[in-house]
Design a protein around this ligand. Structure first.
Ligand code: ATP
Length: 220
């Protein structure tokens, strides 16, 4: 079944989250108190509403009780963010992601029941710093403090298949996908080999991934 989302606050962050979820074929309801913000996104997102999402009665009317995941992206309005979060919790939304602007607000939102709190500038800065330390790391997603999921391009010729490479034992990482040179994505089998130009999607501890990256790309 399709997952349903409500995105509250359609500034740059909220509207990009909403558009991306629509591209991923999810059910998206986009809400903003400001008419212009709603109009700006209405070409991309079919279900858009102008409303004050900090009010419980409004959220009830929007049917949030049956929504799987809410994203609160109201930005620097602390009071409206808190009221929205508390009301979403009260109405039983199982997962709530809150966008924060300041580190200090993170703990408040967590204590009030946010499933996760994101500071966009922090997340993109970490991602960028990790990408630029290696020319072969194309994309970087922090999974937890020590773990990450990254896309690494293969530049060296590697003759062994994945079973022979024994990556779990030798590097303590997992390859969860391979994007072949022609753009096709595949879930790897042990008998697969990596070709120059393939992009591997790897999960593991950051230092182990760096070691594996060196193996794939050393002396290139
Ligand atoms: P940036 O554009 O810099 O990434 P942002 O996404 O936080 O920042 P803001 O312009 O602060 O951008 O976006 C917050 C949005 O939240 C605004 O469009 C604002 O109208 C909306 N908003 C504020 N209060 C409410 C509320 N009570 N209910 C619904 N939407 C709200």
């Amino acid at each position: 079944m399709k997952k349903s989302f409500i995105i509250i606050g359609l500034g740059r962050f909220g509207s990009n989250v909403a558009k991306t979820l629509v591209d991923m074929n999810c059910d998206v309801l986009a809400v903003d108190i400001n008419e212009e913000s709603v109009t700006a996104i209405s070409h991309y997102v079919h279900h858009c509403v102008i409303a004050d999402a900090s009010k419980e009665s409004v959220l009830k009317e929007l049917g949030v009780g049956s929504i799987d995941h809410a994203v609160v992206a109201i930005g620097n309005n602390l009071q409206a963010t808190i009221l929205t979060l508390v009301n979403l919790k009260k109405l039983g939304v199982p997962r709530i992601t809150v966008r924060a602007d300041e580190e200090g607000h993170k703990e408040v939102y967590k204590l009030l029941g946010a499933s996760e709190v994101i500071i966009p500038e922090e997340a993109s800065a970490i991602s960028l710093a990790n990408q630029i330390t290696s020319d072969s790391i194309l994309d970087y997603y922090k999974v937890s403090r020590d773990f990450a999921m990254v896309k690494v391009i293969v530049r060296n010729r590697i003759d062994q298949n994945l079973i022979q490479l024994d990556l779990r034992n030798n590097y303590e990482i997992n390859i969860v996908g391979i994007i072949k040179k022609d753009g096709d994505f595949c879930i790897p089998k042990g008998t697969d080999t990596l070709s120059v130009g393939d992009i591997v999607v790897v999960v593991g501890m950051k230092d182990k991934i760096a070691k594996f990256d060196q193996f794939l790309n050393a002396s290139v």
